[in-house]
Design a protein around this ligand. Structure first.
Ligand code: 28F
Length: 647
């Protein structure tokens, strides 16, 4: 009899030793890596065993102590690992700690162990990769103790070291420095992991101590994932108390907590399987999204918020501003992941199970909480409209771009510069063809382009964009500058560093200036902000004395210049057309001799309102306002070498 037992014992004993040796030879196979990540997997594995005991309904408290010297002690108040003899002739704890993949898959009640650990390989891996492990079990009034060293070698017979009325399992282990590149435990990682575990398992209290620093944390959330969602949204304006849904379907436990925030346009959904985060989502998240969209649309139609002809609310609009935590628990036998990592759940039943629970419970909630339901539906409708408006604007921009590139006939009007040089090139927008003509002749074509305006510039304040696009003058300006316009405008793409408005110095000229300024302010504001819009300043008077010609820009300049001259002829320029090309160049276009006014608008918001109101038909009060509010700086900034350098 003994022999047979010995044989069986020896045989399983040999298998047992092989098992742990295999782990030490290829640790990466069992804990992923032998760097800090693999090191921390040892802790997660042991704590997951305690968590599984809690999930099976036994125990509600786990204590983790990081001791000096980086050994880790984990204590739970579960039933304690059974300490009786295992059929292989050794105490059960020895089977659990010395046999690969042993123990835990089925606990004694037959319920599947939903270990979240890496491959759920259990305690034997930790034993194999530790310098030493001490197991203390309180159970059946006794305290069982067993110590292993150097990768799981039993150094003495397990023994009963005392009595206790409590139950529970304690595992104290020291990761093996000959296996791991580092054995420094990272407290922050432990905080992050166990805080999350406590959120995911409501009512579980986890205490964490770090004896190396004296730091400690306690995690306990009786609201579970509803508290998790509140914590995620703690710095945001929330629209309602968290919605909590739970249930079991197809043997899968489903829990959802969700809460919407105001003024948030993103969605934030975290999902977990057996307390492990699934960063890439998977079938459970798909089921959640599907059920959410269905429930909201059904509610909106049932309440008449959506009419029959209205399209369904889009899932993305419904999830705008949503924070949600989805936690499912799936038995090992149907647990499947997609791809190599465990970040994406593949189990097909999870989609159906989550859909069943969420649609049933969410519909109930929406019907119970009508005012919140309506708030959330309005939220989704607003998101829908915003998306529509953005799409419309994008389409409009696309249409405009096509229009601008298509309106080839605009090129006929523009007298272009010789070479593209946006940094120094200038565009003169000139009133009238005759002035346009002499500007084309008088200009320096190396860096000055001329765009004559024939008709009246449309009042862009009163015109919708598509109307604007019908106005050839406006289109020729947009086309010549070449930087788009409106939302689509990009000043850095402008073909010119200066846009110079050159009109007669009469009220018509002033009107055109204002209409152009209004257009630039509304559709190319950045040009004004960057100080690239100027107004040319032609002289008001020509003073001829014998054959000497001079010019005056103001009345007192005229008086000064005419003061000590006899029999002079003074001509009041009515318009640019009265000057010949040379005179126009000399007095108004030559950077060396001209004076330009740079257009600044101090307070854009104020200007915005004023231009909006002033763009009525009262030009005079508008002109007066512009003169008072729009500061005109005398500006000239070319130096000789800059111009000559083009030679
Ligand atoms: C600090 C680490 O490992 N706690 C654990 C239990 C409880 C049972 C159990 C564990 C072996 C083969 C069944 C008790 N009573 N904390 C822990 N607590 N394992 S690990 O059973 C494993 C047995 O399968 C337990 C009744 N059923 C199960």
């Amino acid at each position: 009899m003994a022999k047979i037992v010995n044989n069986v014992y020896d045989e399983s004993k040999i298998q047992v030793m092989q098992g742990l040796e295999a782990i030490r030879k290829r640790p990466g196979m069992y804990v992923g890596s032998t760097d800090s990540r693999g090191l921390h997997h040892l802790i997660w594995e042991i704590v997951d065993n305690s968590i599984d005991e809690v999930l099976s309904g036994n125990g509600n408290y786990i204590k983790i102590i990081i001791h000096k010297g980086n050994s880790v002690e984990v204590i739970d108040n579960g039933r304690g690992i059974p300490i009786g003899m295992h059929k292989t002739g050794v105490p059960t704890p020895q089977v659990v700690f010395c046999t690969l993949h042993a123990g835990g898959k089925f606990d004694s009640t037959g319920a599947y162990k939903v270990s979240g650990g890496l491959h759920g390989v259990g305690s034997s891996v930790v034993n194999a990769l530790s310098e030493w492990v001490e197991v203390t079990i309180a159970r059946e009034g006794k305290i069982f103790f067993q110590r292993y060293e150097n990768g799981g070698k039993k150094i003495n017979k397990s023994k009963i070291i005392g009595e206790s009325k409590k139950t529970g399992t304690t595992v104290h282990f020291k990761p093996d420095p000959t296996i791991f590149s580092t054995t420094i435990i990272d407290y922050k990682q432990c905080v992050q992991r166990f805080k999350e575990s406590a959120y995911l398992i409501k009512g579980l209290k986890i205490e964490l101590f770090d004896e190396r620093t004296g730091a400690s944390n306690t995690f306990f959330y009786h609201e579970g994932i509803a508290a998790f969602v509140k914590n995620i949204n703690q710095d945001k304006t929330t629209l309602h108390e968290p919605i909590y849904l739970e249930g079991t379907s197809m043997d899968i436990q489903v829990e959802v907590a969700m809460q919407y925030c105001a003024k948030t346009f993103t969605e934030n959904i975290s999902s977990f399987v057996n307390n492990i985060r699934t960063r890439d989502g998977g079938t459970h998240e798909t089921g959640f999204r599907t059920a959410l969209t269905k429930a909201f649309n059904e509610y909106a139609r049932m309440k008449g918020i959506l009419k029959d002809k209205d399209p369904n609310l889009d899932g993305a609009d419904i999830r705008e501003g949503l924070t949600a935590v989805l936690s499912v628990r799936i038995g090992e036998n149907i647990l499947q992941f997609e791809g190599q990592t465990k970040n994406k759940l593949g189990t097909a039943d999870a989609k159906t199970a989550v859909e069943n629970i969420v649609s049933e419970k969410l519909k109930f909630y929406l019907n119970e909480k009508g005012e919140i339901a309506n708030l959330l539906i309005q939220n989704a409708l607003r998101a829908f409209r915003a998306r529509e408006a953005a799409r419309k604007a994008r389409d409009e921009v696309r249409m405009i771009r096509q229009k601008i590139t298509k309106t080839a006939n605009l090129t006929g009007k523009l007298a272009p510069v010789q070479e593209k040089n946006p940094q120094t090139n200038e565009l003169f927008i000139v009133e009238g063809d005759s002035a346009g003509g002499s500007a084309k002749q008088g200009r320096d074509r190396r860096f000055q382009a001329i765009l004559p305006l024939r008709g009246k510039v449309i009042n862009s304040e009163k015109t919708k964009t598509d109307e604007l696009l019908k106005n050839e003058e406006i289109m020729s300006i947009i086309y010549s500058i070449g930087a788009g316009f409106g939302m689509d405008f990009n000043a850095s793409k402008s073909n010119y560093s200066k846009i110079i408005i050159m009109t007669d110095a009469d009220t018509d000229g002033a009107h055109i200036q204002i209409l152009l300024l209004t257009f630039f302010f509304r559709y190319m504001r950045e040009l004004i902000e960057r100080g690239q819009i100027y107004i040319a300043l032609p002289p008001l008077y020509k003073i001829t004395n014998k054959n000497n010609i001079d010019y005056a820009w103001t009345d007192e300049e005229l008086r000064e210049k005419a003061a000590n001259l006899k029999n002079i002829i003074i001509q009041r320029f009515k318009g640019l057309g009265e000057m010949n090309p040379e005179q126009l160049w000399e007095t108004t276009m030559n950077p060396m001799t001209r004076t330009l006014i740079k257009v600044n608008i101090e307070d854009f918001t104020d200007a915005d309102d004023r231009i909006a109101t002033l763009m009525g038909d009262d030009v005079e009060s508008r002109r007066e306002w512009i003169e008072n509010n729009v500061s005109f700086e005398y500006e000239d900034n070319f130096t000789l070498e800059e111009v000559e350098s083009d030679e």
